[in-house]
Design a protein around this ligand. Structure first.
Ligand SMILES: Nc1nc2c(ncn2[C@@H]2O[C@H](COP(=O)(O)OP(=O)(O)OP(=O)(O)O)[C@@H](O)[C@H]2O)c(=O)[nH]1
Ligand SMILES: [Mg+2]
Length: 452
């Protein structure tokens, strides 16, 4: 019987494909590779071997590529074996059944990456980046995930920790001589350093909102009066017939959403019920939903019928719309009665459009791109974007540093200040995974797919 901790999973999606990839990780990989290939010699690590797969009962299941990785030089840090059979779900199932019969255990979601983390191959922020790299749907999301996978967050945390330890070392010099008060000029040094550190940490925390924008998409709400052309805009931007268009005012009742990409950003675009006084009960519910959606929208596209008077919009909606998050689209410019509407949200950029002939659509895309680039003030040059878990740990660190700074200014004993600094070092460590909380790790790796 094998040791119980050699794990196995299909790492490619189930279904038909040219090839599939089955991964194993654990101490039995070397022995298994010889048995499966029916050979007596050990495999040379990191070399691909083309050979028949021999099941436990001697049946040949397929001809596969086998690659063996020695412990310490693999993704998980343990010995690994990768088997690439033809991508037929039946073959894959037979191989997995055979491996389980030989004593392997099915891997939990994210278990390969968890093992890599436990073996010190990745810090926790890098492990999270692996999940982001798989799930993110935008170019920008990929860029940020790649940077994080290469250790950008970990490096920044190391830098902050080093600076913090330097302040701590200076303070602890005084702990050895408690009878000596901190001289005033010395006091200014660590206090000023702490202010800089708090500022740097808060800047990192600020980038949390981009995590949602990158991975879930930027929420763009199309709003306006009934019949202005909102659904026509959604269809024109996405190149689909996703939303029903008709000349009956009040056609869209519930919101309709779709995804699109502009300048490498992933957008969730929502077409909403037109806003007007009156309408039947269902339309009223739809309008209430539009106002609810406005609370969480990142950008607004206000569609105005240029051949009709400027719309009067509810204050609940207007209060969310600003020059840096809203474009006014003066639509139906093809109609002879169309006139400019400069007085409608005069501070916001206006674009003349016709969704009937497609004119102005390129300007709309460009305008949305500009709002994203400027209005949403993107992460700084180091391109780090922290997630909610990182932000919570960083906020704890900043709070400890703030307390330390106060204690310092109130002339408290250096021990008390140093204790807060140690707390802060601990909180910073949580970002990269100096964590002794199994439950937290469980919930984090649960979000991974099986085989990763
Ligand atoms: N002439 C002209 N007609 C347009 C234009 N854009 C949309 N329409 C027409 O205007 C009518 C309403 O378009 P929709 O896209 O359904 O308008 P809406 O804003 O979604 O309307 P509701 O769902 O009722 O709120 C349809 O008959 C469209 O064909 C345009 O640029 N020019
Ligand atoms: Mg509509």
């Amino acid at each position: 019987m094998l040791e119980p901790d050699t794990i196995v999973a299909l790492s490619t999606p189930s279904g038909e494909s040219a090839v599939a990839l089955i991964r194993l990780s654990g101490p039995s990989c070397a022995r298994l590779s010889e048995q499966l290939m029916d050979r007596s010699e050990a495999l040379r690590p990191r070399y691909a071997y083309y050979a028949s797969y021999h099941a436990i009962d001697g049946e040949i299941l397929d001809d596969c590529l086998f690659t063996y990785f020695v412990a310490g030089k693999s993704y998980t840090g343990d010995a690994m074996l990768e088997i690439a059979p033809h991508g037929n779900p039946l073959i894959v199932q037979k191989i997995l059944t055979d491996l389980l019969a030989r004593g392997c255990r099915s891997a939990q979601p994210g278990e390969f990456t968890r093992q890599a983390f436990l073996n010190g191959k990745l810090d926790l922020s890098q492990a999270e980046a692996v999940a982001d790299l798989i799930h993110t749907r935008s170019e920008r999301g990929l860029e940020v995930a790649r940077r994080q996978l290469h250790g950008a967050v970990g490096r920044k945390i190391s830098l902050l920790t080093e600076q913090l330890l330097a302040v701590q070392a200076r303070l602890e010099a005084y702990i050895d001589f408690p009878e000596e008060d901190l001289p005033t000029e010395e006091e200014a040094g660590p206090a000023a350093d702490l202010v800089v550190l708090i500022h740097q940490i808060n800047e990192m925390v600020e980038t949390r909102r981009y995590s949602a924008l990158l991975h879930e998409g930027i929420r763009v709400l199309i709003v306006g009066k009934p019949n202005a052309g909102k659904s026509s805009l959604l269809n024109a931007l996405t190149g689909t017939d996703r939303s029903i268009v008709s000349d009956l005012p009040g056609t869209t009742r519930d919101y309709v959403s779709d995804r699109l990409e502009i300048n490498g950003w992933c957008l969730e675009i929502l077409d909403t019920a037109g806003l007007r006084e009156g309408g039947d009960d269902i339309e009223q519910i739809g309008m209430a939903r539009t106002l609810e959606l406005a609370e969480s929208a990142d950008l607004f596209l206000l569609v105005v019928d240029a051949a009709a008077p400027s719309p009067a919009l509810p204050e609940d909606l207007l209060s969310h719309m600003r020059a840096d998050n809203t474009l006014v689209l003066e639509n139906k410019s093809d109609l002879p009665a169309a006139v400019p509407h400069p007085a409608c949200l005069p501070d916001c950029p206006h674009i003349s459009t016709s969704f009937s002939d497609g004119s102005g659509l390129a300007d709309v895309r460009q305008g949305v791109g500009s709002l994203i680039e400027s209005g949403l003030s993107l992460p700084g040059a180091d391109g780090i974007v922290v997630n909610a878990r990182h932000a919570a740990a960083l906020e704890k660190a900043a709070a400890s540093l703030e307390t330390a700074r106060k204690r310092l200014s109130e002339g408290e004993y250096a021990e008390f200040v140093a204790a807060e600094l140690r707390e802060a070092v601990h909180s910073l460590g949580e970002v990269v995974g100096k964590i002794d909380n199994e439950r937290m790790l469980d919930s984090l790796f649960q979000q991974f797919c099986i085989g990763k």
